[in-house]
Write a protein that binds this ligand. Structure first.
Ligand code: IPE
Ligand code: IPE
Ligand code: MG
Length: 233
């Protein structure tokens, strides 16, 4: 069986440990990690994967020490301005999911600019989860639905699973076939709880800065040999 892979979601973890192991500041790991983002985005597209969703910063990551958050935000500023043009050249559409209003206004502007600039790219979509938390996403969706019912724009009886999927931040994007988490941790850390209901999970000990396209292709190969039963027999 060679089931095509439409969507891969990745929890890019282990930047800090990668750096600490080398006697470097954690920032060095984040820097290297950001470079891997570009390589893996191109590699996924080359493998025919239409959607790639990367967990870059969680709603819980705001609770890290201020200097680490500041450094991460500065790196983000730099990468959004300098490195993402490369993805545009590769015909990759870029979009962001998460609690946008928590980010600085200049970062929000850069995000909007990239979304606008790449909106007609059609080879693949890179969805970046930034200031993202699945529980916040679901909470917001519940509120939106409740408001519609309250206004009389939606009936209670008409609400089904599709209603919810279509109102999440990921609307219009198929659920991930594959979830990958690097760095050996085996938890979801508030990532895509609804969307990952039937995804195949892959946990690798590799720290994100060491993750390669060869490892990605190996995972895709293993996925294609697995059988997804969706509750059936
Ligand atoms: C992942 O690496 C990147 C972010 C969460 C921003 P970490 O910073 O979590 O690295 P470790 O897990 O501490 O090694
Ligand atoms: C999850 O990694 C978030 C991202 C990779 C952006 P964390 O390192 O923040 O998760 P925990 O704290 O190990 O659960
Ligand atoms: Mg971590």
């Amino acid at each position: 069986m060679n089931e095509p892979v439409k969507h891969i979601a990745i929890i890019m973890d282990g930047n800090g440990r990668w750096a600490t192991k080398r006697g470097l500041p954690r920032t060095a790991g984040h820097k290297r990690g950001a470079e891997v983002v570009i390589d893996i985005s191109k590699a996924a597209k080359e493998a025919g994967v239409k959607y790639l969703t990367l967990y870059a910063f969680s709603t819980e990551n705001w609770k890290r020490p201020k200097d680490e958050v500041d450094t991460l935000m500065n790196l983000l500023r730099q990468y959004l301005s300098e490195n993402f043009e490369e993805l545009n050249k590769n015909d990759i559409r870029i979009c962001f999911i998460g609690e946008r209003e928590m980010l600085a206004s200049d970062i929000i502007e850069k995000m909007q600019y990239l979304e606008e600039k790449t909106k007609n790219n059609s080879s693949a979509t890179l969805q970046i989860a930034l200031s993202y938390g699945s529980r916040a996403e679901i909470t917001n969706t519940v509120k939106k639905i409740a408001q519609k019912v309250k206004n009389g724009d939606m009936s209670l009886e008409s609400i089904d699973e599709k209603t919810i999927s279509d109102m999440l931040y990921t609307k219009g994007i198929p659920d991930p076939d594959i979830l990958i988490r690097t760095s050996g941790e085996q938890r979801l850390s508030n990532y895509l709880l609804w969307q990952l209901a039937y995804s195949e999970f892959f946990f690798t000990p590799t720290y994100w800065p060491d993750f390669t396209k060869e490892e990605l292709y190996e995972i895709i190969k293993t996925y294609q040999s697995r059988e997804r039963r969706y509750g059936k027999i």
